[in-house]
Ligand binder design. Sequence first.
Ligand code: TMP
Ligand code: ASP
Length: 254
Amino acid sequence: MARRRQIYEGKAKILYEGPEPGTLVQYFKDDATAFNAKKKGVIAGKGVINNRISEYLMTRLSEIGIPTHFVRRLNMREQLVREVEIIPVEVVVRNIVAGSLAVRLGMNEGTPLPRSIVEYYYKSDALNDPMITEEHITAFGWATPQDLDDIMSMALRVNDFLSGLFLGVGIRLVDFKLEFGRLWEDDQMRIVLADEISPDCCRLWDMKTNKKLDKDRFRRDLGNVEEAYQEVARRLGILPESGPRDIKGPSVMQ
Ligand code: TMP
Ligand code: ASP
Protein backbone atom coordinates (compact mmCIF):
# COMPACT_ATOMS: atom_id res chain seq x y z
CA MET A 1 0.00 0.00 0.00
CA ALA A 2 1.32 3.44 -0.89
CA ARG A 3 2.56 5.43 2.09
CA ARG A 4 0.18 8.25 2.90
CA ARG A 5 1.50 11.74 2.69
CA GLN A 6 1.99 13.34 6.09
CA ILE A 7 0.66 16.90 6.14
CA TYR A 8 1.54 17.91 9.70
CA GLU A 9 2.83 16.42 12.95
CA GLY A 10 1.78 17.99 16.24
CA LYS A 11 2.53 16.99 19.81
CA ALA A 12 -0.38 14.57 20.19
CA LYS A 13 -1.61 14.00 16.64
CA ILE A 14 -0.49 13.52 13.05
CA LEU A 15 -2.46 14.70 10.02
CA TYR A 16 -2.26 12.69 6.79
CA GLU A 17 -3.68 13.41 3.38
CA GLY A 18 -7.24 12.04 3.24
CA PRO A 19 -8.86 9.72 0.70
CA GLU A 20 -10.65 12.57 -1.10
CA PRO A 21 -9.69 16.17 -1.74
CA GLY A 22 -10.66 18.38 1.18
CA THR A 23 -10.29 15.58 3.73
CA LEU A 24 -7.53 14.63 6.16
CA VAL A 25 -6.88 11.64 8.38
CA GLN A 26 -6.26 12.64 12.00
CA TYR A 27 -4.08 10.08 13.83
CA PHE A 28 -4.04 10.16 17.66
CA LYS A 29 -0.66 9.39 19.29
CA ASP A 30 -0.02 8.20 22.85
CA ASP A 31 2.57 10.99 23.25
CA ALA A 32 1.85 13.57 25.91
CA THR A 33 3.52 16.90 26.50
CA ALA A 34 3.01 19.65 29.04
CA PHE A 35 4.40 23.11 29.76
CA ASN A 36 5.00 23.74 26.06
CA ALA A 37 6.69 20.38 25.57
CA LYS A 38 9.25 20.90 28.37
CA LYS A 39 7.74 17.76 29.90
CA LYS A 40 7.34 14.75 27.61
CA GLY A 41 5.92 11.29 28.14
CA VAL A 42 3.70 8.55 26.83
CA ILE A 43 0.26 7.69 28.18
CA ALA A 44 -0.36 4.11 27.03
CA GLY A 45 -3.58 3.83 25.04
CA LYS A 46 -4.32 7.57 25.20
CA GLY A 47 -4.59 7.90 21.42
CA VAL A 48 -7.23 5.18 21.20
CA ILE A 49 -9.29 6.70 24.01
CA ASN A 50 -9.01 10.31 22.80
CA ASN A 51 -10.02 9.23 19.28
CA ARG A 52 -13.20 7.70 20.78
CA ILE A 53 -13.96 10.51 23.21
CA SER A 54 -13.45 13.20 20.59
CA GLU A 55 -15.61 11.27 18.09
CA TYR A 56 -18.35 10.98 20.70
CA LEU A 57 -18.29 14.63 21.81
CA MET A 58 -17.99 16.08 18.28
CA THR A 59 -20.91 13.89 17.15
CA ARG A 60 -23.10 15.00 20.07
CA LEU A 61 -22.18 18.64 19.35
CA SER A 62 -23.01 18.35 15.65
CA GLU A 63 -26.40 16.95 16.66
CA ILE A 64 -27.21 20.25 18.38
CA GLY A 65 -26.10 22.23 15.34
CA ILE A 66 -22.47 23.04 16.11
CA PRO A 67 -20.55 22.63 12.83
CA THR A 68 -17.39 20.53 13.23
CA HIS A 69 -14.59 19.17 11.06
CA PHE A 70 -15.34 15.60 12.16
CA VAL A 71 -16.59 13.18 9.46
CA ARG A 72 -16.21 9.68 10.92
CA ARG A 73 -13.91 7.46 12.91
CA LEU A 74 -11.86 5.17 10.67
CA ASN A 75 -10.19 2.83 13.15
CA MET A 76 -8.78 2.68 16.69
CA ARG A 77 -6.45 5.65 16.25
CA GLU A 78 -7.71 7.53 13.19
CA GLN A 79 -10.61 9.69 12.18
CA LEU A 80 -11.57 11.30 8.90
CA VAL A 81 -11.95 15.08 9.15
CA ARG A 82 -12.65 17.94 6.75
CA GLU A 83 -9.55 19.92 5.84
CA VAL A 84 -9.79 23.36 7.41
CA GLU A 85 -7.54 26.37 7.74
CA ILE A 86 -6.84 26.48 11.46
CA ILE A 87 -7.34 29.90 13.06
CA PRO A 88 -4.18 30.40 15.17
CA VAL A 89 -6.11 31.13 18.36
CA GLU A 90 -6.73 28.74 21.26
CA VAL A 91 -10.11 29.49 22.82
CA VAL A 92 -10.25 28.58 26.52
CA VAL A 93 -13.56 28.51 28.41
CA ARG A 94 -13.47 28.38 32.22
CA ASN A 95 -16.20 27.61 34.75
CA ILE A 96 -14.04 27.06 37.85
CA VAL A 97 -10.66 28.60 38.74
CA ALA A 98 -7.79 26.23 37.89
CA GLY A 99 -4.42 26.05 36.16
CA SER A 100 -2.94 29.22 34.74
CA LEU A 101 -5.87 31.38 35.94
CA ALA A 102 -5.22 30.32 39.54
CA VAL A 103 -1.52 31.19 39.14
CA ARG A 104 -2.03 34.45 37.22
CA LEU A 105 -4.55 35.96 39.63
CA GLY A 106 -3.44 34.20 42.82
CA MET A 107 -6.81 32.53 43.30
CA ASN A 108 -7.53 29.15 44.85
CA GLU A 109 -8.10 26.25 42.46
CA GLY A 110 -11.68 25.09 42.73
CA THR A 111 -13.27 28.53 43.26
CA PRO A 112 -16.42 28.66 41.11
CA LEU A 113 -16.48 31.60 38.70
CA PRO A 114 -19.45 33.99 38.86
CA ARG A 115 -19.90 33.39 35.12
CA SER A 116 -18.09 31.48 32.41
CA ILE A 117 -14.98 33.24 31.14
CA VAL A 118 -13.65 32.99 27.59
CA GLU A 119 -9.94 33.64 27.01
CA TYR A 120 -7.84 33.69 23.85
CA TYR A 121 -4.25 32.54 23.39
CA TYR A 122 -2.09 32.94 20.28
CA LYS A 123 -1.18 29.47 19.02
CA SER A 124 2.59 29.70 18.89
CA ASP A 125 4.91 27.20 20.58
CA ALA A 126 7.87 29.53 19.96
CA LEU A 127 6.15 32.25 22.00
CA ASN A 128 4.66 29.85 24.58
CA ASP A 129 1.02 30.52 23.53
CA PRO A 130 0.73 34.08 24.93
CA MET A 131 -2.66 35.31 26.12
CA ILE A 132 -4.23 37.82 23.70
CA THR A 133 -7.42 39.85 23.45
CA GLU A 134 -9.99 40.32 20.69
CA GLU A 135 -8.09 43.50 19.79
CA HIS A 136 -4.97 41.54 18.83
CA ILE A 137 -7.01 38.96 16.93
CA THR A 138 -8.81 41.52 14.78
CA ALA A 139 -5.86 43.95 14.44
CA PHE A 140 -3.55 41.22 13.14
CA GLY A 141 -6.29 39.75 10.92
CA TRP A 142 -6.39 36.28 12.51
CA ALA A 143 -10.19 36.62 12.59
CA THR A 144 -12.72 39.36 11.86
CA PRO A 145 -15.09 40.77 14.50
CA GLN A 146 -17.89 38.72 12.83
CA ASP A 147 -15.75 35.55 12.99
CA LEU A 148 -15.09 36.25 16.67
CA ASP A 149 -18.82 36.63 17.37
CA ASP A 150 -19.38 33.20 15.80
CA ILE A 151 -16.45 31.68 17.71
CA MET A 152 -17.55 33.14 21.04
CA SER A 153 -21.16 32.03 20.67
CA MET A 154 -20.11 28.52 19.57
CA ALA A 155 -17.65 28.26 22.48
CA LEU A 156 -20.38 29.21 24.98
CA ARG A 157 -22.87 26.75 23.44
CA VAL A 158 -20.22 24.02 23.58
CA ASN A 159 -19.64 24.91 27.22
CA ASP A 160 -23.31 24.75 28.17
CA PHE A 161 -23.87 21.49 26.32
CA LEU A 162 -20.72 19.72 27.50
CA SER A 163 -21.16 20.94 31.10
CA GLY A 164 -24.59 19.26 31.13
CA LEU A 165 -23.35 16.14 29.36
CA PHE A 166 -20.50 15.65 31.84
CA LEU A 167 -22.72 16.53 34.83
CA GLY A 168 -24.94 13.63 33.76
CA VAL A 169 -22.02 11.23 34.26
CA GLY A 170 -20.81 12.75 37.54
CA ILE A 171 -18.05 14.96 36.12
CA ARG A 172 -17.52 18.69 36.50
CA LEU A 173 -16.27 20.47 33.36
CA VAL A 174 -13.79 22.88 34.97
CA ASP A 175 -12.30 24.36 31.78
CA PHE A 176 -11.34 23.37 28.26
CA LYS A 177 -9.60 24.56 25.10
CA LEU A 178 -11.14 24.64 21.61
CA GLU A 179 -9.69 25.33 18.18
CA PHE A 180 -11.63 26.54 15.17
CA GLY A 181 -10.95 26.39 11.45
CA ARG A 182 -12.20 27.90 8.23
CA LEU A 183 -14.02 25.51 5.93
CA TRP A 184 -14.32 26.61 2.31
CA GLU A 185 -17.29 25.30 0.32
CA ASP A 186 -17.59 26.76 -3.19
CA ASP A 187 -16.91 30.41 -2.48
CA GLN A 188 -18.47 30.34 0.98
CA MET A 189 -16.47 30.25 4.20
CA ARG A 190 -17.79 28.76 7.45
CA ILE A 191 -16.06 28.57 10.80
CA VAL A 192 -16.20 25.08 12.29
CA LEU A 193 -14.98 23.42 15.47
CA ALA A 194 -11.72 21.57 14.73
CA ASP A 195 -8.87 19.69 16.47
CA GLU A 196 -10.14 17.43 19.29
CA ILE A 197 -12.06 17.48 22.55
CA SER A 198 -10.58 15.04 25.03
CA PRO A 199 -9.07 14.85 28.53
CA ASP A 200 -5.87 16.27 26.94
CA CYS A 201 -7.52 19.66 26.53
CA CYS A 202 -10.19 19.70 29.27
CA ARG A 203 -10.11 19.76 33.04
CA LEU A 204 -12.56 17.15 34.30
CA TRP A 205 -13.12 16.63 38.03
CA ASP A 206 -15.18 13.90 39.65
CA MET A 207 -18.26 15.60 41.13
CA LYS A 208 -18.12 13.82 44.49
CA THR A 209 -14.40 13.52 45.19
CA ASN A 210 -12.91 16.28 42.95
CA LYS A 211 -10.50 13.64 41.64
CA LYS A 212 -8.82 14.90 38.48
CA LEU A 213 -9.71 12.83 35.41
CA ASP A 214 -7.59 14.66 32.83
CA LYS A 215 -4.07 15.62 31.71
CA ASP A 216 -3.34 17.38 35.01
CA ARG A 217 -2.58 13.84 36.33
CA PHE A 218 0.33 13.79 33.85
CA ARG A 219 1.30 17.47 34.24
CA ARG A 220 1.43 17.18 38.04
CA ASP A 221 2.69 13.57 38.34
CA LEU A 222 -0.45 12.43 40.15
CA GLY A 223 -0.26 8.84 38.82
CA ASN A 224 -2.99 6.63 37.35
CA VAL A 225 -3.09 8.73 34.18
CA GLU A 226 -4.24 5.92 31.84
CA GLU A 227 -6.93 4.91 34.33
CA ALA A 228 -8.29 8.47 34.52
CA TYR A 229 -8.69 8.70 30.72
CA GLN A 230 -10.34 5.26 30.72
CA GLU A 231 -12.68 6.35 33.50
CA VAL A 232 -13.92 9.29 31.40
CA ALA A 233 -14.54 6.99 28.42
CA ARG A 234 -16.21 4.40 30.65
CA ARG A 235 -18.58 6.96 32.16
CA LEU A 236 -19.50 8.21 28.68
CA GLY A 237 -20.23 4.58 27.74
CA ILE A 238 -17.60 4.40 24.99
CA LEU A 239 -14.71 2.28 26.29
CA PRO A 240 -13.08 0.53 23.30
CA GLU A 241 -13.26 -2.75 25.22
CA SER A 242 -17.02 -2.52 25.26
CA GLY A 243 -17.37 -3.97 21.77
CA PRO A 244 -16.16 -4.01 18.20
CA ARG A 245 -19.00 -1.87 16.88
CA ASP A 246 -19.57 1.82 17.46
CA ILE A 247 -21.16 2.29 20.83
CA LYS A 248 -23.05 5.52 21.04
CA GLY A 249 -23.02 5.93 24.81
CA PRO A 250 -25.86 5.83 27.28
CA SER A 251 -29.22 5.55 25.57
CA VAL A 252 -31.50 8.53 25.86
CA MET A 253 -34.93 8.00 27.42
CA GLN A 254 -37.60 8.69 24.77
P1 TMP B 1 -4.50 26.63 31.54
O1 TMP B 1 -5.17 26.72 32.87
O2 TMP B 1 -3.16 25.97 31.58
O3 TMP B 1 -4.48 27.95 30.83
O4 TMP B 1 -5.41 25.66 30.64
C1 TMP B 1 -6.77 25.92 30.43
C2 TMP B 1 -7.40 24.74 29.67
O5 TMP B 1 -6.86 24.66 28.35
C3 TMP B 1 -7.14 23.39 30.30
O6 TMP B 1 -8.33 22.62 30.22
C4 TMP B 1 -6.05 22.76 29.47
C5 TMP B 1 -6.24 23.40 28.13
N1 TMP B 1 -4.97 23.64 27.44
C6 TMP B 1 -4.69 22.98 26.26
O7 TMP B 1 -5.49 22.16 25.79
N2 TMP B 1 -3.51 23.24 25.62
C7 TMP B 1 -2.61 24.13 26.08
O8 TMP B 1 -1.57 24.34 25.45
C8 TMP B 1 -2.91 24.81 27.32
C9 TMP B 1 -1.93 25.80 27.90
C10 TMP B 1 -4.09 24.54 27.94
N1 ASP C 1 -0.15 20.87 25.29
C1 ASP C 1 0.72 21.87 25.77
C2 ASP C 1 2.16 21.38 25.68
O1 ASP C 1 2.76 20.74 25.37
C3 ASP C 1 0.48 22.40 27.13
C4 ASP C 1 -0.37 21.64 28.08
O2 ASP C 1 -1.35 21.03 27.69
O3 ASP C 1 -0.07 21.72 29.29
O4 ASP C 1 2.99 21.55 26.00
